[in-house]
Design a protein around this ligand. Sequence first.
Ligand code: ADP
Ligand code: MG
Length: 395
Amino acid sequence: MKIIVQKFGGTSVSTQQRREMVADKVIDAIKKGYKPVVVVSAIGRKGDPYATDTLLSLIDNEKAYLEKREYDILMSCGEIISCVVMAEVLSKRGLKPRVLTGGQAGIITNDNFGNADILRIDTTKLINYINEGYVPVVAGFQGMTQSGEITTLGRGGSDITGTALGAALKAEFVEIYTDVDGIMTADPRIVDDAHLIETMSYNEVFQFADQGAKVIHPRAVEYAMKVNIPVYIKNTMSNSKGTLITASRESIGRIITGITHMSSRTQISVEYGEENQYADDVFDILAANKISIDLINVFPNYRVFTVDSKQEENVKKILDELKLKYTVVSNCSKIAVIGNGMRGIPGVMAKILKALKEKNIKVLQTADSHTTIWCLVKEEDTTNAIKALHEAFEL
Ligand code: ADP
Ligand code: MG
């Protein structure tokens, strides 16, 4: 039985016209001899009536009167509604859909509400439905604990549902349908002439996703990579070939694969010296407070790192309590230049710095690994920096 998983994002199911296009993709797959399992996200984006953010806006998100468990029940509704609406379209088109919540689809998670991990997937029910000629339509982004509590998998988690189900069902491949033609050399909303990357390795895509390219959730890439299942990123609204993600090292010949970024970063420099007796403990104390830091540079007299801007006030409080001297640069953006091919190639960093300097963009900090070079810039420079680098590397 040639099972495939087709996951459709929020914009793909946002209007009746688009839902018809979704149905086209499902019917096409059936015509090709596949047994599709459909996964959907909540309908639309912030502002749309049943989008996740809209549901969250019904209650006070800031003060958190409710426990996380209750939030998950609220958030899980968007995908369930979307499933039923999508199922109706499939039914009208002559298919036999079967709507399933994440829990009903056999997705068992731990009880880390809001960001639960999948423990295992019991595919019995799904397989039975497929054998009976149904097209399962599964609510993305959610699961259920062993004891029946509803959980969610973290924002963007429908991608995880897609690849985790694909892996558990031993699907031929997984298709992630979205509103762009595939993974591009940069976010097409930022760089007009960004172009499609036809093939990528799991590792490269993971880097992209982990460094802020929203197009697929990093954990979704991990699930696929574990069992080596091919993943396509495609456009619901076009017939583009999309990006094929496999284990292969297709990066040969290209030094830089693409550019992505993460905004809302805050840079913090902590002075280091005899009067600052607790400076040594800073990293430990931040870790103990579950504040994750990155772009860490250690110098004899000071240390620099960045945090998510949401943590800025927390970090300041901690540093004040320790009576440390520090400086803060708010509203930064971390640009990541990614490419497996840059390993061992000299001059990449120099080229990056030159391209940014030519556009008068101040670089606040850099870091590098074998496959990524990061530059911290002011948030207002994000678009120009990405465009400049995209041009400099002729992507
Ligand atoms: P969905 O709702 O389908 O899951 P997302 O908004 O989560 O869609 O992801 C798709 C978006 O990712 C695109 O609209 C695009 O703006 C953004 N994106 C960011 N970086 C990239 C990239 N390198 N390639 C393609 N899309 C990207
Ligand atoms: Mg998404």
